[in-house]
Design a protein around this ligand. Structure first.
Ligand code: PMV
Length: 361
C-alpha cells in the first residue's frame, strides 16, 4: 500500500446532508512509539492493547455548501462550543484533504464526548481522532455509493487517524494492533495499524488495565514536542532498534503466554520511554513522586505474592496497571487498598482489552 492508494476515484453519489456517529476507544501501547519522521511516519514499530471503556463518541453532522476554499466546521465537547479544539482539527483537515477531497464542500458540526473524565491526563487524541476519521470515512463511503469493503474502510480510517495523531491509527480495531513496519510482523505498515496477525495465548485475551489517575494537571510537554526531541537524541538509534527487537520477542511471548517475559518487556518499554524524555535536550520528567511510589508498591506486591501484576506508562504521570482477568479479585483488592490513595481525588478507571470502534448511527 502507498499513500496514493488512499486517494479516491471520483465520487458517484451526491449527498446533501446527514449525520453519522462513531464511538472509538483509546489504546495503551506495550511497545511504545516515540519519535517520528515527517508526515506522521513512526521512527519505530509499536503495538498496543485496544481499550474497552475509555472511548470518545463523535457525532458528525454534515451539510453541503458552496465551497469558498476554506474548511467550515464547529466543534462541541459535551454540548459546549469548544473553539480551542479547532486549530488541531484544522491541521488534521489540511493533512487529509487530498485523501478526502469532499472536505471543503461541506459544513461540519463535530459533537464529541469522552467516557473518561475530561483533563484526567488520559489522552483523548487517539480515541478522538480515530472517531472523527471513522465519521469522515462513513461519509466517503456514501459518496462512493458504498463501493468499498470493510478491510479498506478500516485501513483508510486508520491511515487518516494517523495523520491526526500517530497512536490514533491503533484505535480502529482490536484487540492487539501493530503500527510501523518491522520484519517480524507480516503486513506491518508505517501508514496504518493492522490487527496483530499471529496466535495469542488465552491469558492475553482478557487482559485488564486499571488506570490510576495520579496527576490530572496539564502535561508539561506535548507529545509532538516529545517526538521531535528524538531527532538528534544521543540514544535514538539504539532505541529504535530495540523496539524492533521487542516486537520480535513479544511475538514468542504472546504465543506462549509467558507472563514473566511479558512483564519484563512491557515495564522496560515504559521506563525506556521515560528514559528517552529524561535524556533529551531539553530534558524533562513526566513521572511524579506518586508514580514512583506506585511502581515500587507494584514491585513489592509482585515479589510477595508472585501474582503477575505489571505496569506501563504513557507520556505522563498516570500508571496503567496490567494483569490477567483470572487474577482480578486479588489484584483489585490490592489496588483499592494500597494504590488508590496515590490517585488524585482517588480516581481510577477499570478498563480491559477491547475490540475496536463501533458505528452507533
Ligand atoms: O499519538 P501521539 O503523537 O500522542 O504519541 C503517543 C505516544 C505514546 O503514547 C507515549 C506511546 C504510544 O505508542 O502510544
Amino acid at each position: 500500500m502507498t499513500e496514493q492508494e488512499f486517494i479516491p476515484a471520483s465520487y458517484s453519489k451526491t449527498i446533501e446532508k446527514g449525520v453519522v456517529t462513531w464511538e472509538s476507544p483509546s489504546n495503551i501501547a506495550l511497545v511504545k512509539y516515540w519519535g517520528k519522521k515527517p508526515n506522521q511516519i513512526p521512527e519505530n514499530p509499536s503495538i498496543s492493547f485496544t481499550l474497552n471503556h475509555c472511548k470518545t463518541i463523535t457525532e458528525l453532522t454534515y451539510e453541503k455548501r458552496d465551497s469558498d476554499g476554506s474548511f467550515s466546521f464547529e466543534v462541541l465537547l459535551d454540548g459546549v462550543q469548544k473553539d480551542s479544539f479547532k486549530p488541531k482539527i484544522e491541521v488534521f483537515f489540511e493533512r487529509v484533504e487530498s485523501y478526502l477531497p469532499f472536505l471543503k464542500d461541506y459544513h461540519f458540526q463535530i459533537e464529541t464526548k469522552n467516557t473518561f473524565p475530561h483533563s484526567s491526563g488520559i489522552a483523548s487524541s487517539a480515541s478522538g481522532m480515530s472517531a472523527l476519521a471513522l465519521c469522515l470515512m462513513s461519509l466517503e463511503k456514501q459518496l462512493l455509493g458504498d463501493a468499498i469493503n470493510d478491510a479498506y474502510f478500516n485501513e483508510k480510517a486508520s491511515f487518516l487517524a494517523r495523520l491526526g495523531s500517530g497512536s490514533a491509527c491503533r484505535s480502529i480495531e482490536g484487540d492487539l494492533v501493530v503500527w510501523g513496519e518491522t520484519p517480524s510482523i507480516e503486513g506491518s505498515s508505517d501508514l496504518f495499524g493492522i490487527r496483530y496477525p499471529y496466535e495469542v495465548h488465552a491469558i492475553f485475551k482478557e487482559y485488564q488495565d486499571t488506570i490510576l489517575l495520579i496527576d490530572k494537571g496539564e502535561k508539561q510537554v506535548s507529545s509532538t514536542v516529545g517526538h521531535n526531541l528524538m531527532h538528534g537524541h544521543p540514544y535514538a538509534l539504539n532505541r529504535f532498534s530495540q523496539a524492533h527487537d521487542h516486537m520480535k520477542s513479544l511475538k514468542t511471548i504472546l504465543k506462549a503466554g509467558d507472563l514473566d517475559s511479558f512483564i519484563s518487556l512491557v515495564e522496560s518499554e515504559a521506563l525506556t520511554l521515560h528514559a528517552m524524555m529524561m535524556t533529551s535536550m531539553p530534558y524533562f520528567i513526566l513521572m511524579k513522586p506518586k508514580t514512583l511510589e506506585v511502581i515500587n508498591k507494584i514491585w513489592e506486591f509482585r515479589k510477595n505474592t508472585g501474582l503477575p501484576i505489571s505496569f506501563t506508562l504513557d507520556a505522563g504521570a498516570n500508571v496503567h496497571v496490567l494483569y490477567p482477568k483470572s487474577e482480578s479479585v486479588e489484584i483489585l483488592k490490592f489496588i483499592e487498598n494500597e494504590l488508590v490513595a496515590y490517585c488524585q481525588n482517588e480516581q481510577y478507571i477499570c478498563d480491559q482489552i477491547g475490540f475496536g470502534a463501533n458505528q452507533i448511527k
